[in-house]
Design a binder for this molecule. Structure first.
Ligand code: PFF
Length: 450
């Protein structure tokens, strides 16, 4: 199969910003602060960094090495190293996860659009008023989908790289502006203390699992997004330093997001453990109450929309690259096709917030909404499962010798001790830790321990 015409990154910085764009998204600015708030603050932050270093970084290297070696989408890449074996279904799992995650993630991404206008024009009303309005919800979802299509349509350099280079540097700037404002609020230091002083008694088994799950979701791991982005890398690229820059940027943004949010939450006497609604319910209340909140609030939701966009792009790119490589489809046709299927898949998620009684509260799942079900299957189970399979595939089937040789192209120093440590983590630590997490997340471990 020819790889001509599939595209490559134009520069090292372009790749780093695009991959960091995929990683940094709602997972960092919406999910990370509320999980941190629910799990005791600073101690959770330390645990998260540990999970990223021990599991996230090795799996990121696995995906990038595989993608760069094969110069193909996840299905093609796996076929290239294992022949036509059952391993290729790991690639299919990734392609399916791309469509499925995109279908519900874009619903939340659409809200960020809604909140830009809601905040800027002071349109009141509770969160439910926006999410429960099916037509509005559907329009916001479609608008965000179209924006994503518009970028992916442009291809690797002209679309993804170009827009990531424009959008990503804006992100820390807006965040820092919000932090500076947040820190000047009376009572803000209470929030800083909560965020920086670890209380290790808050760490439980559940906390560890949340930290690990977040390490996957937040770094776009386990579904081949990084295989796909790695496939556009040239052979002389230094995957090690590029990969570490991506992870470092992600940790920085997560860390800053907490700094933007917790001082404001404490200054306004709100509960840091308010859960998923922290960003969409508590923050707008804070913005409404504080002087200058209109500008800061609008900037915040613009920031969230930008971060979400560079992530939805990568979710769409995985199935699109699959269709281009494996089915010989033209990029534009593939983009529209995947977007169309994703919109159909997204309908139940759009209806999950009051629009349809059935999808809002699935009768056979004890009242869980369709949206929550999707997030559980793909956010919590499929990504760690995919990550574990990628680790086993590369560690045991492709072999660490070949993988290390791939990593060493562009970074010869990786051949020695770093490669050996990586091999140990990939072959033993990652599969074992993820396996235990999987058992726990699917409730099997809890049953066994009863
Ligand atoms: N990493 C993204 C976030 O933190 O919002 C979500 C994501 C994007 C997950 C791409 C998986 C993926 F392949």
């Amino acid at each position: 199969m020819t790889t001509e015409g599939r595209g490559t990154w134009g520069s090292r910085l372009g790749f780093v910003l695009a991959a960091a764009g995929s990683a940094v998204g709602l997972g960092h600015i919406w999910r990370f602060p509320y999980i941190t708030g629910e799990n005791g603050g600073a101690a959770f932050v330390l645990l998260y960094i540990l999970c990223v270093a021990l599991i996230g970084v090795p799996i990121l290297f696995v995906e990038l090495a595989l993608g760069r070696h094969a110069q193909l989408n996840p299905v093609g890449a796996i076929r290239k190293i294992t022949g036509n074996s059952a391993w290729k279904y790991v690639g299919y799992l990734g392609v399916a996860a791309g469509v499925c995650i995109l279908s519900y993630y874009t619903v939340v991404a659409g809200w960020t659009f809604g909140y830009i206008f809601k905040t800027a024009f002071g349109w009141g009303g509770p969160h439910g008023q926006l999410t429960g309005n099916v037509l509005l919800n559907a329009l916001l979802f479609l608008a965000f989908m179209l924006l994503t299509v518009g970028v992916v349509y442009g291809g690797v350099q002209g679309g993804i790289e170009k827009w990531s280079k424009i959008l990503m540097p804006i992100l820390p700037l807006i965040l820092v502006a919000i932090i500076l404002y947040s820190l000047t609020l009376p009572g803000a230091m209470e929030g800083v203390r909560f965020y920086l002083r670890p209380d290790f008694s808050a760490i439980t088994g559940q906390t560890v699992l949340m930290a690990l799950g977040q390490a996957f979701f937040a770094n776009s791991l386990g579904m081949g997004a990084m295989v796909t982005y790695g496939s556009y890398l040239s052979k002389n690229e230094n995957i090690v330093t590029s990969g570490l820059s991506v992870v470092g940027f992600g940790i920085l943004i997560s860390f800053l997001a907490g700094f933007a949010i917790f001082p404001a939450v404490f200054a306004m006497g709100q509960d840091p453990a308010a859960g998923p609604q922290l960003v969409f319910v508590i923050l707008p209340e804070i913005f409404a109450a504080m002087p200058g909140g209109l500008v800061v609030g609008t900037a915040f939701f613009v920031l969230l929309a930008i971060a979400a966009l560079t992530s939805t792009i990568s979710l769409l790119e995985v199935p699109v690259a699959f269709l281009i490589d494996e089915k010989g489809m033209r990029r534009k046709v593939a983009t529209w096709l995947v977007a169309g299927v994703t919109v159909l898949f997204g309908i139940p998620s759009v209806l999950s917030f009051g629009g349809s009684a059935f999808f809002t509260s699935l009768p056979f799942l004890g009242g869980m909404s369709f949206f929550d079900l999707m997030d559980f299957i793909f956010g919590a189970v499929a990504l760690p499962l995919g990550g574990m399979l990628f680790a086993i595939l590369v560690g045991w089937r492709w072999g660490m010798a070949r993988a290390v040789a791939e990593m060493a192209q562009g970074n010869p120093a990786f051949m020695g001790l770093p490669g050996a440590v990586w091999g140990f983590l990939v072959r033993y630590v990652c599969p074992a830790v993820i396996f235990v997490v999987m058992l726990h997340q699917t409730g099997i471990l809890r049953k066994l321990m009863e």
